[in-house]
Design a protein around this ligand. Structure first.
Ligand SMILES: Cc1cc2nc3c(=O)[nH]c(=O)nc-3n(C[C@H](O)[C@H](O)[C@H](O)COP(=O)(O)O)c2cc1C
Length: 215
């Protein structure tokens, strides 16, 4: 016991044991103190259109893009492509040219979510790229919320004029279609999610089924 190496080893084993117990107990109890759950993030996300002046760190932008690319896609084709816009002139151009995107003028950045038509299916499955890029967009919105950012999805596709204007401004090749412009920044104040729970929208097994909804 007088050997210091032996003591250090004992101490290290003790430390590993205590850390393991701490991690497993917080997993078992679903502790939310340090790590809000996915469900909480989904239920508290809301569109954020007012931002503070704070710059968004590049690590956070990286997280958003990684979350977007983690989305499911038909046949795992991953037809999403991204244009990260942090140039103030381009953000102002968006805010000034599209009446539903005025918040871009105050956003720290925007990410234009595009679909690559050469990377998706043909025939009657050709439109799956829209669902794929939408899944990536929702992932990005949720990730933004989870890391303290605020974001709003602004629609581009299928409005032809918007698609043409964005394509021209961003020098997009013909096969790259801009689907949405997500404006992002730190929220300027607290945000409140909308309650959208409508049990009457749910049908069981067939449309004309009747089932008592408990809550
Ligand atoms: C396809 C699509 C297009 C949208 N376009 C715009 C838009 O151009 N401008 C805007 O401010 N919000 C836009 N939104 C955000 C919606 O207005 C918002 O999601 C909706 O009001 C529900 O509010 P919530 O996101 O806070 O739950 C869009 C959302 C989707 C899914």
């Amino acid at each position: 016991m007088k050997n210091p190496t032996y003591l250090i080893l004992l101490l290290a084993i003790g430390l590993v044991f205590v850390s393991y117990k701490w991690v497993t107990s917080s997993q078992a109890t679903g502790s939310t103190e340090t790590k809000p759950t996915t469900i909480e993030d989904i239920m508290t996300r809301t569109s954020v259109r007012a931002y503070s002046d704070r710059k968004v760190e590049s690590e956070k932008i990286d997280t958003l893009l990684r979350a977007a690319m983690a989305a499911p896609s038909a046949g795992n084709k991953q037809p999403w492509r991204f244009i990260v816009i942090d140039d103030r002139n381009t953000l102002d151009w968006i805010g000034e040219n599209f009446r539903t995107m005025t918040m871009a003028k105050n956003a720290a950045l925007a990410i234009v979510m595009c679909g690559d038509l050469t990377a998706t299916f043909g025939g009657d499955a050709k439109d799956y790229w829209i669902e794929d890029v939408s899944a990536a967009s929702e992932n990005l919105l949720l990730a933004a919320h989870a890391i303290g950012l605020g974001a709003v999805w602004c629609g581009i596709y299928p409005q032809t004029e918007r698609v043409e204007q964005f394509s021209q401004q961003l020098h997009l090749p013909a096969d790259i279609v801009p689907m949405a412009c997500i404006c992002i920044g730190y929220p300027s104040g607290p945000t409140t999610p909308k309650d959208k729970w409508k049990p009457e929208y749910i049908h069981y097994n067939t449309w004309d089924s009747v089932r008592t909804i408990l809550r």
